[in-house]
Write a protein that binds this ligand. Structure first.
Ligand code: FAD
Length: 397
């Protein structure tokens, strides 16, 4: 028996339910990644990170006597074609929440039926599956605290280690890895499961101090695992278990729950990047283009705002506290539409993805699920509190 595993944004071997199931049930497994032109070109930083993650996945599969088959084009057509070439009976892939991903899953299932291929979807994108938890009378949780309580009380799926080693069928054309695209941020971290695991191992000892340090801009005490979670180079479940093996992990694990929370919101409300999420939210934006450009380029003259935007451009990442301050400044001080800020972050962020980016922009802009929609972060006060010695501002001046 032969199975194809279609990798999408689960670019890892460890705790990968789709890969593990294929390797448990089939004698020959064909790992496949399809570069989809419809998804490329939105963010040079992420295009590069994705490329590096795919290259790393190929290397780790080769170390285990397998390989990663690479194709370019429509993932559905390419998967069906490859499955035909290798005589596969099944295709496994991770379920995802976006409209685009859902359509891809539906088309693959339909095409699979026409070709007598069984297409199976697996968990792994989040710790608790989006849609698994529902409040009484609703299809998803709209407010974080009750979601968090219910999430903590749920039994998580069992974590899976490395999959069984399975060879490729002979004679498969594995395809060439395209040249690495150029990113825009010189300080961007490298993609891939290998780098991700190194980062997790190196950081997890700090989990006990997370509660004290996570708001200290210069201390840079957060995990910086977000790009790896974005592309599934790490399983969020594995990250949670690694943290929970240490004392005082709850504040950090709570942040992972925010990620799950926004995924279940985005699944239920796919317009999250375009429309106000909160019923009855009023929107009247009027900021001008010049003000937006000054914000985006870090030329507002407000030191903490400019430092945040410089960090974004330099590293393709920004500290959460600075994200809050810069987003609040754009929407509440300059009156610019949050969708423009969302687009700018989306261009640069290595971890940029719709549920978290839009969910957090809406929260800050006051159109989301926050119970205090008129909150504004005073940049001066934020700087005094979270960068008292001016170290962060100096570093990213
Ligand atoms: P840590 O503090 O170490 O947290 C661990 C993990 O928890 C993160 O890697 C992330 O996966 C998750 N997490 C933490 N905070 C949040 C949060 N508020 N919402 C959802 N998940 C969270 N995060 C993204 O992953 N992608 C985005 O596109 C994104 N856009 C944002 C836009 C704005 C305006 C704001 C205010 C926040 C945004 N965040 C986004 C959330 C948060 O800033 C980042 O997840 C965090 O800074 C990543 O750094 P870290 O890995 O060191 O986080």
């Amino acid at each position: 028996r032969t199975a194809v595993v279609l990798f999408t944004r689960d670019l890892r071997l460890h705790d990968n339910p789709a890969l593990a199931a294929a390797c448990a049930n089939a004698e020959q497994v064909v790992p496949l990644f399809v570069f989809d032109p419809a998804l490329a070109g939105r963010s040079p930083n992420r295009d590069r990170f994705l490329h590096q993650s795919v290259a790393d996945l190929r290397a780790v599969l080769r170390d285990r006597g397998s390989d990663l088959v690479l194709r370019q084009g429509d993932p559905v057509a390419e998967t069906i074609r490859l499955a035909g070439e290798v005589g596969a009976e099944g295709v496994a892939l991770a379920a995802d929440v976006s409209r685009y991903a859902k359509r891809r899953e539906r088309r693959l299932t339909e095409e699979g039926e026409r070709h007598r291929l069984s297409v199976r979807l697996f968990p792994g994108l989040t710790i608790v599956d989006p849609g698994a938890l529902k409040p009484g009378g609703g299809d998803h949780y709209r407010v974080f605290s009750p979601y968090h309580r219910s999430w903590q009380a749920t039994k998580w799926r069992d974590q899976i280690g490395l999959p069984k080693k399975r060879p490729l069928p002979s004679g498969v054309d594995v395809g060439r890895l395209p040249d690495e695209p150029a990113g825009e941020s010189p300080g961007a971290v490298p993609g891939g499961e290998t780098a991700a695991r190194r980062r997790l191992r190196g950081w997890v000892g700090n989990v006990e101090r997370y509660d004290d340090l996570h708001n200290d801009l210069a201390g840079d005490g957060t995990s910086r695992l977000s790009p790896y979670l974005r592309f599934g180079c790490l399983s969020p479940l594995e990250v949670a278990h690694a943290a929970l093996a240490r004392p005082a992990a709850d504040p950090f694990v709570r942040q992972l729950c925010w990620r799950d929370f926004y995924y279940q919101v985005a699944q239920a409300f796919p317009e999250i990047g375009r429309k106000a999420y909160r019923r009855g939210a009023t929107e009247s934006w009027q900021g001008d283009d010049a003000a937006f450009d000054r914000w985006a380029e870090g030329r507002t003259g407000v030191p903490i705002v400019d430092a945040g935007m410089h960090q974004l451009r330099r590293e393709g990442w920004m500290h959460n506290r600075a994200r809050l301050v810069t987003a609040s400044y754009l929407t509440k001080d300059l009156g610019v539409d949050w969708r423009r800020g969302l687009g700018e972050f989306g261009r640069w962020l290595l971890d940029g993805d719709l549920p978290n980016n839009a969910g957090n922009w809406q929260w800050t802009a006051g159109t989301g699920n926050d119970t205090r929609p008129y909150r504004r972060f005073n940049p001066e006060r934020q700087r005094e509190r979270y960068d008292p010695d001016g170290e962060y501002v100096a570093r990213y001046s």
